[in-house]
Structures are given as C-alpha cells and as structure tokens.
Design a protein around this ligand. Structure first.
Ligand code: AMP
Length: 588
C-alpha cells in the first residue's frame, strides 16, 4: 500500500499530514504526488473537487520549493475567493512545520492594500483569483518572473466564470519554462484548447471516467407534475430528517422563492444567490459550513465558492441545461470517500433528459417514488425514537426533577408512557400527512392524476378536532421583525422551558399566532405576565378573530418545531442562542 512516507515527501510535510489525520494518500494523490516530484512535464488532471486534489498538488510543490528563496515560485489560480482562501489555508496546514515557507492568498472583494502589504513579505506560494492577480500585475505589485509551477485549479470553472482572457494574460506573464498543472472536473473543448496553446509536453491523469460523476454518488430522480415540485421537495426533505444538502435552482428568483417557502414552512433553510451582498453571502455560507443550516437553496453561480465535504444530498429542483453543470452539482456530494445522493425532481417530459445525462455521466439513475405520507411518518417516527435512544442524559441536573416525575406517572404502564410520549411529538405529523395524496405520476395512462394540487390545503376540519390545542396570540408581528425563530427564542427566553410545544406559527403584521397544548398555555401566559423585561403580551387568541391557515403553503405557516441542537441534544437556551443554534424545524 502506498504511504506518504514512501512517496518521498519531507519529514516536515509527513508530520503535518499525520497531524491532520490523513492516514494514506487518496487515489489522486497516489498518482499526482510522484508525478510532480519525479517528472518534468506538464499535467492535465481530470479530478472532481473533494477527491483530495489540493494535497495532490500542494504536498509535492511544498516539497519542491526552496524556502530560503524569497520569490514566488508557485502560482495557484482558483476561480473563486472562497476556494482561494481554502487552498491557501490547506497549504498553510500542510506547511505548518516549514517555518520559512510563506503562502499568500489574493482575491477580489477584499481590500487590495492589505494584500499588497502581504506581498511585501515575499511569499514562495501565491494563491490568486485571476481578476485580482491581473489588477496586481497592472499595478506592478507582483513579480511572476520566478514562477516555476503554475497550478490552474478548477480550470473549467474559471472558464465558465468568464476568466478566459485573464487566464491567457496570466499564462503569458509567467516564464515559459514553468511547469503547468491543470485540474478540472470536466474537460470541455475550451480547456483542451488552452492546454494545447499554453502547455508543453503533458501527461493526462483521470481520476474517474471522463465527464463522469464520482462513484460515491447515487443518482435518483422523482417524476411529478411541475406544479407539485415544491411539495415533492418537502417530502424528500421529510423522508431524510438528517439531510445536509444544497437545493439547486435555475434562477435567483426561483432560489429566493423556494428558500422563502421552506423557511416559512419551518425548515432550517436559507438562500444563496447573486442578489446578496458579499457579507450576506459569507454569513449564509458560514452558517451552512458549520451546519447551523441544514438546507441551502442556491444558484449554480452563487454556490461556486462553497466547498463543503460532507453533504448528504444535492437536489436538482430543476434539471440544469448543461450536463457539465449536473456533474458539478452532483460532485458536491460523495466527497472525501463519503457516500452522497444526487436527486433530480423532474416532470414527465424530462425523462429523455435524464437518459441523456445518464449517457454522458455513464451512470444509471434510479427512479424512485415520491414518499407517501405514511412512509414519511414511519421514517420520522423512527428518527424520533433513534434520537430518544441516543440523547445525552445529564444525570446530575435531571435527577433532581425525576422523583416528582416518577411519582406523577406512577399510575401508567411503560407502554402507556411510550404511547403518550410518541403521540406528544407525533400526533400532528400523523395528522398533517393523514390525507396526503400520491404525488407520483402514474405509469398507466388511464390512471387519474391526483386532483388536489396541495393536499395540505383545506384541512381546517381536521385541525378543529384538536381539542387539546389552544391558539395563542402575542403582540409581536412582522412589523417588529418577528420570525418563527425570534418567536421561539422569545418564548424560550421567558419560560426557560423547552418542553413547551409550539406549532402552527402564523405571523401577521402586528401579531403572531401559534398553537400550544392547553395545559401549557396557562404556564405560558403566567410566565409572560410575571416577566417584566419585555413589553410583549401574550394571551389566548379570540375564537374567529383569526382563521387558522396552517394548511395553506402560501401563508406564513410554520409547523411543529423540533427543538434540538446541532449535536442532537435537547436544547435549552436564551432567545439569541436558541435562534442561532436551532437545527431542525419541521412542519407537521
Ligand atoms: P480537496 O479535494 O482538496 O478539497 O480535499 C477534500 C477533503 O479531503 C479535504 O477536507 C481534505 O482535507 C481531505 N483530504 C485530503 N487528502 C486526504 C487524505 N489523504 N486522507 C484523508 N483526508 C484527506
């Protein structure tokens, strides 16, 4: 078996990868490291992101540079600022025991003066986005005449983003005798042209099949009527309670709409699109990276800079027009030897496009049925049970309360207790999906299509039967920037009781309405009454004053909210903390 030691890397580098927990080289590293170290020609590597390619070029280049020379010897070009920062951070990690080695990232959207200042530190490795590098070249703030190695990372993305001209300018600004290492997930004609024009004698390495997706990715599609796309998305998310994924949309508008609907329906989602400012983008990406968000709804362009390795799913809300985009999207999951699932929601007329993509990526796509309400209920129920089984118990704190609880429940059998606990969490879910129609397009032509577009609608009859729930009202509405998170945060803050079960949050201009169990409503009213820190007043909503609208997707319906933290532990926190950490919000 190949090891980092027998690839001939310096001890400082081996110690660093050891420190980072890399046990063995990944396949791309097994091929690229010895090639860069021992050969002299150029390299064209067809490799997806997440395969370990940064270390594949980074480790041998760190091995080859002269740390004593204070000149840029390696220039790495990346399409986005996020990738630029990431490559630079990775290289800093790999060179943590090489004290004289300096790595500087330069990228757009950031103050150029501080980057110019960093360049005066005379790094050996410069990581740059093309636009910013051209700017620095024009200002004569960077010298590239000592570059021995040029790395073009995600070369296809650089071309997709319109950097062809900048790239050619840079290729002409580096010495002819440098070696070029080109990495690309796909190999469009334009890349081949660049390679022909600017690269010398080169070797091609392909990790995986040309234009194919990673072997770790399973490709699934669901066929529904176009108007049921959103409902199908919700069911896909509901059947995967642990989902951590990106939903790709075609336009900014669609991205905003889908994200807004998901948020309104109580999912832990947010949008990433070109209308956001850089700080807003950074903030969303950061929340997603640290898993404070479960679902990111994004356009392809906006998601470019986002590099997350452990996505469980990517979902094509619409199929992309270009098969290369499909490859890029699906390549965002199944990284670093993990399994991933690429889902496409399509309508009947798109079956042929699936066949075309299958041919191009050389993968068979599995057609699956949109899960029924019953399937979802089963999955969610077992998810709840699994969470209960694995919940961390804080003996010290909880023991003081338990004798009272045991005494109170003394008259119940074990089965009764389980039945009640499960019902407490689950009644609404069962209720919500009770009459869920089949969203699948029937195979037989004569079979009737489901008539209701949204089965969730017009279910008020069902909800009125829930005698034990009481509709509450608080004078905190959209005008005061109320959101489900803010409302829950406020309630948590004031009651300090996470067991209060809030559901069906509905926000109007001045008020927020929600349901609570009758026995908890009094506790809630009392807690607000006693609390004199806020001006918020909470009361039972008057019958008929406000219609419950929680089965209408177009309204601000927020369903039952699971309160749990990232770790799955139950969460008890003040409003702000709670707002930040709430992981999984689901509608029932
Ligand atoms: P990359 O394709 O360079 O973005 O790398 C994908 C992920 O794999 C990164 O999180 C790396 O830290 C990780 N990685 C790279 N090489 C190895 C290795 N040999 N063993 C384990 N993880 C690795």
């Amino acid at each position: 078996m190949t090891t980092f030691e027998n690839l001939g890397l310096r001890n400082e580098i081996i110690n660093a990868v050891d420190f980072l927990g890399f046990e063995n080289p990944m396949p791309v590293q097994e091929q690229v490291i010895p090639f860069v170290m021992n050969e002299t020609c150029d390299l064209i590597a067809l490799a997806q992101t997440g395969t370990g390619k940064t270390a594949a070029f980074g480790l041998p280049l760190l091995n080859l540079i002269s740390s004593d020379k204070k000149q840029i010897q390696v220039l790495i070009l990346s399409p986005t600022r996020e990738l630029c920062i990431q490559i630079s951070n990775d290289l800093k990690n790999y060179s943590q025991y090489m004290s004289k080695t300096k790595i500087v990232p330069v990228y757009g959207g950031e103050n150029i003066s501080s980057q110019i200042k960093q360049l005066t530190e005379q790094p050996q490795i410069l990581v740059a986005t093309p636009g910013r590098l051209i700017d620095l070249i024009n200002r004569k703030k960077v010298r590239l005449d000592s570059v021995q190695f040029l790395v073009l990372d995600e070369a296809d993305e650089m071309l997709n983003m319109g950097f062809q001209e900048d790239l050619e300018t840079i290729l002409q600004s580096v010495p002819d005798e440098r070696r070029t290492l080109l990495f690309s997930a796909t190999m469009p004609k334009e890349i081949e042209q660049i390679a022909q024009k600017y690269m010398n004698d080169s070797k091609s390495i392909s990790i995986g099949i040309r234009n194919s997706g990673s072997d770790n990715v399973e490709h699934i599609y669901y066929t529904v009527q176009a108007s049921n796309r959103y409902l199908a998305l919700k069911r896909i998310v509901d059947i995967n309670p642990d989902i951590y994924g990106i939903v790709f949309c075609r336009t900014r508008q669609e991205t905003k709409e889908v994200a807004e609907k998901l948020m309104r329906d109580g999912y832990n989602a947010d949008a990433l699109h070109g209308d956001l400012s850089q700080p807003q983008r950074d903030s969303v990406m950061n929340k997603f990276r640290i898993r404070n968000l479960q679902i990111l709804v994004a356009t392809d362009v906006a998601a470019r800079g986002l590099d997350v390795n452990d996505l469980t799913h990517i979902i094509n809300y619409n199929l992309p027009d270009d098969v290369e985009i499909y490859t890029h999207r699906s390549g965002r999951t199944g990284r670093a030897n993990k399994k991933g699932i690429a889902i496409s929601i399509i309508h009947t007329r798109e079956q042929n496009r699936i066949r075309t993509i299958e041919r191009m990526v050389k993968k068979t796509f599995k057609k699956e049925s949109v899960p029924s309400g019953l399937d979802i209920c089963k999955r969610q129920l077992f998810y709840l049970i699994e969470r209960m089984e694995h919940v961390q118990i804080n003996d010290e704190q909880i023991d003081q309360f338990l004798p009272h609880v045991f005494k109170k429940l003394d008259y119940l059998q074990k089965e009764d207790i389980i039945r009640r606990f499960v019902s407490l969490e689950f009644n609404r879910f069962l209720d919500y999906y009770k009459n869920a129609v089949d969203l699948n397009i029937p195979d037989k032509p004569n079979q009737k299509l489901p008539k209701e577009r949204n089965y969730e609608r017009n279910n008020d009859e069902k909800t009125s039967k829930r005698g034990q729930r009481i509709r509450m009202k608080i004078n905190f509405g959209a005008k005061q920037n109320a959101s489900p998170r803010a409302v829950l945060g406020l309630i948590n803050d004031i009651t300090n009781d996470k067991s209060i079960n809030i559901s069906n949050i509905e926000i109007s201009n001045k008020f927020t309405f929600f349901d609570v169990f009758a026995d908890q409503s009094k506790q809630l009213v009392n807690a607000f009454y006693r609390n004199n820190r806020t001006a918020f007043a909470l009361d039972v909503a008057k019958e008929g004053k406000r219609q419950k609208q929680y089965h209408n997707e177009e309204n601000n319906f927020y369903g039952n909210i699971h309160r749990r933290s990232k770790s799955g532990k139950s969460q008890r926190s003040n409003g702000n903390k709670c707002r930040k950490n709430r992981m999984s919000k689901k509608h029932f």
